[in-house]
Design a protein around this ligand. Sequence first.
Ligand SMILES: [Zn+2]
Ligand SMILES: [Zn+2]
Length: 250
Amino acid sequence: MITHCLNIYKVKRVSSKRPLFFTFELDFRYFFLMIDLHTHTIFSDGQLVPSELVRRAEVKGYKAIALTDHVDASNIDLIVPRLVKVAKELNRTSPVSVIPGAEITHVPSGSIKDLVTEARDLGALIVLVHGETIVEPVEKGTNIAAIEAGADILAHPGQITEEQALAARDKGTLLEITSRKGHSLSNGHVAQMAVKHGAGLILNTDSHGPSDLISAEFAERVLMSSGLDSKGVRAAVDNSEKVLRKVLGL
Ligand SMILES: [Zn+2]
Ligand SMILES: [Zn+2]
């Protein structure tokens, strides 16, 4: 999702008696570059072809974007190879790192494990599962099945339970804080459960169109608004960076 860099942003004059001398005041404030590991294109219900989404992300100042279209057993073998192909092509020239992925969506919980495996076999470098958001009738049992299947990210997990948060910690599945309308209604609960049980958090946009892409500053505000303190915000930011490094083999 996000990375940061140290910036020298203030130059302060030390003394009026020494007008020629200035000192640089370092401020260890973090400026984020967006890493967004959950987006959709026309290969599911997004509005843009991958190339346009990536171009718009570039203009927005993104560092990395994952293309994670909705998949089930009917389309996984059609979509994932397409996303792998376009990511490879775009990565030749784009300053934005493009990561092929998949979001396993509204499938029976008993099918999730096999589909996670299939997505990876087809070349998905990030595998999300569409979690039990409170604004859709996602099958109960999806959250825990996703965690047990080893999904990288459990998207918008809704009213995640204590047991599920503990399992996410143990399996290393990251719980998503989202900027997406509707799904974001339970951000506060998700953050609270993650902090209480030591599970990792990650912020994504779940973008379906150009207006859903957000600035890094807004991403930070969404994380803060979920109730996280500055340490928690920093940890979520670092999780995005860690996933990106792992995916890029760094
Ligand atoms: Zn969608
Ligand atoms: Zn999604």
